[in-house]
Write a protein that binds this ligand. Structure first.
Ligand code: HGY
Ligand code: MN
Ligand code: MN
Length: 422
């Protein structure tokens, strides 16, 4: 395994990371905000996938796309049974609108470099090692988080998924077809799922726990339960100037009150509630809106608190609608139950990383969802977090230092070596 020069401190792995990272950095980046616009099946995300296929193929990995748009790059040394239970690692390329560059791609770039590290030290896995890139983890385009891993595991039917539409009304099926994929192939893939012996996802931490603990990497203990709900507020469109205030049935008022209620209830209950996406119809400066659609992202450390939080927000919205003369409907769109990662596996890789890097490796929860959260319901799964100095995520300021990213590669390599050994 590469190591930093004891005299100069120069670390070849940091250079390698910088080089590989720079190849992705420009793809789908908005120069105005510095954020990324890598929506599933869009040209930017497809360019990331093409990059991945080239990099994996250059490493002699066999790359295949499954029927759900997930990519799988297999490292199967001679003499290893390709059908054996594989050690899988990877993440996603897609981003939230103007999101950071690390959320997702860091797990894939680190996986490719971890394979390089293992090969350089002469490690030969006793079972296949596979690098995966999952489709539509953020749900930014079609609204359902972890779409590729949910399809793979049967967490969503192909019929429901293919009919999902983006903001322009394009269905997933059409977007897949436009990218040369066959929507008819979408759906549960039990054979591929059965090949996964264990899954480890490396991800930039979306928080500041590792900063406060002064640790470059950590291991996940659990994922908060969380979900997304579509709120439809309906009133009466009218003239902004000639309509008396007393005569109005303004859905924007009900929506505004609901935003404040979401914040107040989350603070009271200790959960997290966000309304960051709103669509107004007709969205005219001089018209009282007819309809307002808003999306609630709610999360809490346990399912009961989450349910209580959503119930309280719904009750406040409904009560306010009654006094505004409007109506509100609350429709669940994406549900991610609590994930408790396999504690024995977490401890196994924590120990391997700790002895490999000679650092203390904290175990920490997260309130961010991941494909690992979906796979954890089917195969032994773990996550490795890389320190994020600002803790900012889903925004252009998301960041990890090159040194910590190199530490993440070494941590992942140590975990893969531990899991793929005889
Ligand atoms: O929304 C999430 O928690 C994840 O980053 N997709
Ligand atoms: Mn994300
Ligand atoms: Mn992510």
């Amino acid at each position: 395994m590469t190591a930093a020069d004891p005299l100069t401190g120069d670390d070849p792995l940091v250079e390698r990371f910088r080089t590989l990272w720079a190849e992705l950095a420009g793809i789908g980046r908005d120069p105005a905000t510095g954020g990324y616009l890598r929506y599933a099946w869009s040209p930017a995300e497809l360019a990331c996938r093409d990059w991945f296929v080239a990099e994996a193929t250059n490493r002699g990995l066999t790359v295949r796309a499954d029927g759900n748009g997930n990519l799988w790059a297999d490292w199967v040394p001679a003499g290893v049974n390709p059908a054996g239970p594989a050690v899988v690692t990877g993440s996603h390329f897609d981003s939230v609108p103007h999101g950071g560059g690390y959320d997702g791609p860091l797990g894939i770039v680190s996986a490719l470099l971890a394979v390089d590290e293992l090969r350089e030290q002469g490690f030969v896995p006793a079972r296949p090692v596979i690098v995966a890139a999952f489709a539509e983890e953020e749900g930014s385009r079609f609204g359902l988080a972890c779409l590729g891993s949910r399809l793979l595991t049967g967490g969503v039917t192909a019929a429901r998924a293919l009919a999902l539409t983006d903001a322009a009304g394009v269905m997933l099926a059409e977007a897949m077809r436009a990218a040369g994929a066959d929507p008819a192939a979408a759906g549960p893939d039990p054979a591929r799922l059965a090949r996964i012996g264990v899954f480890v996802e490396l991800h930039v931490e979306q928080g500041r726990a590792l900063v406060d603990l002064d640790a470059p990497v950590g291991v996940a203990s659990m994922i908060w339960p969380h979900g997304r709900w579509r709120l439809e507020f309906t009133g009466a469109g009218d003239h902004a100037g000639t309509t008396r205030m007393v005569d109005r049935r303004d859905p924007m008022l009900t929506c505004a009150h609901t935003v404040l209620a979401a914040d107040a209830n989350a603070r009271w209950l200790g959960g997290h509630a966000t309304i960051g996406r709103v669509e107004v119809r007709p969205n005219a400066t001089n018209a009282v809106p007819a309809q307002v659609h808003a999306w609630l992202d709610a999360r809490a450390a346990d399912p009961r608190t989450l349910a209580e939080l959503v119930e309280a927000i719904t009750a406040d919205a409904t009560a306010r609608a009654a006094s505004d003369g409007t109506t509100v409907t609350v429709t669940p769109e994406s549900d991610s139950p609590l994930v408790a990662f396999d504690p024995a596996l977490a401890e196994q890789i924590r120990t391997a990383i700790g002895s490999g890097l000679r650092v203390d490796v904290p175990v920490l929860p997260t309130a961010a969802g991941h494909d690992a959260g979906i796979l954890a319901g089917h195969v032994p799964t773990a996550m490795i977090f890389v320190r994020n100095p600002t803790g900012v995520s889903h925004a252009p300021g998301e960041y990890a230092t090159d040194d910590d990213c190199a530490a993440g590669v070494r941590a992942l390599a140590a975990a893969l070596a531990e899991l793929a050994a005889e």
